[in-house]
Design a protein around this ligand. Structure first.
Ligand code: SAM
Length: 208
């Protein structure tokens, strides 16, 4: 049977990220939203992990923490989500505080840039993003998934996107697959997705 396209338009990078996550995050899993923002990704992950799973959602802005909490509560999913007001660069301490252990994270979601509707003063930065991505690898399950949506359109965003792409390109192919997906023929600086998937010991890519 041929897979169906959802519409005539190609899916956006955020939609591809969700499609990949839906294939990896199972009921009972643990997942991290490293940039909670307005909570759309957190709610999506909370739906995937089911009642027995847990999502840890981080953001440095109190209004993002509040917005995400409200969105999860109104979706009836607040009980599956632990909100943390803090930076993803302090990943180790936030996850350890929850009693989580390295290797337990099925998926980590990064949606870079600024909080929509709150100005561009507090954006993700390459230095802290790269620290968080490195730490995410250490906590990822062997066949886990990291998705990073990069936004080159705001000041500093292009450099951050290149830094993420370079980081992913440098991962050892025996341990990880990394790929990128984005528009090629749009004006301005369209967003793109970088996805990283762990390989099981022995080199097999899950599902292949
Ligand atoms: C594009 S928004 C995220 C959108 C969100 N995923 C959603 O579904 O609504 C980026 C968020 O990253 C947050 N952020 C910036 N630096 C951060 C850091 N070091 N650690 C955690 N979050 C950070 C910003 O405060 C902002 O809310």
């Amino acid at each position: 049977m041929k897979p169906e396209m959802p519409s005539q338009a190609l899916p956006r990078p955020t939609e591809i990220a969700h499609q990949l996550l839906a294939g990896v995050v199972r009921p009972g899993a643990r997942a991290v939203d490293a940039t909670a923002g307005n909570g759309h990704d957190t709610v999506f992950l909370a739906g995937l992990v089911g009642e027995s799973g847990r999502v840890l959602a981080l953001d440095i802005q109190p209004e993002a923490v509040a917005a995400t909490r409200a969105r999860c509560d109104s979706a009836g999913l607040g009980g599956r989500v632990r909100m943390v007001h803090g930076g993803h660069e302090d990943w180790d301490s936030h996850l350890a505080a929850e009693g989580w252990e390295p290797g337990c994270v099925a998926a980590a979601v990064f949606n870079l840039g600024y909080l929509p509707g709150a100005g561009k003063s507090r954006i993700t930065k390459p230095a802290t993003t790269l620290v968080a991505l490195e730490r995410a690898l250490a906590w990822l399950a062997t066949d886990g998934l990291i998705t990073v949506v990069c936004y080159p359109g705001h000041p500093g965003g292009a450099e951050e996107g290149e830094a993420v792409r370079g980081w992913a390109a440098g991962l050892a192919p025996k341990d990880y697959q990394s790929m990128s997906y984005g528009y090629l023929n749009q004006p301005s600086a369209p967003p793109f997705l970088v996805a990283v998937r762990g390989r099981r010991p022995g080199g097999a890519v899950p599902g292949s």
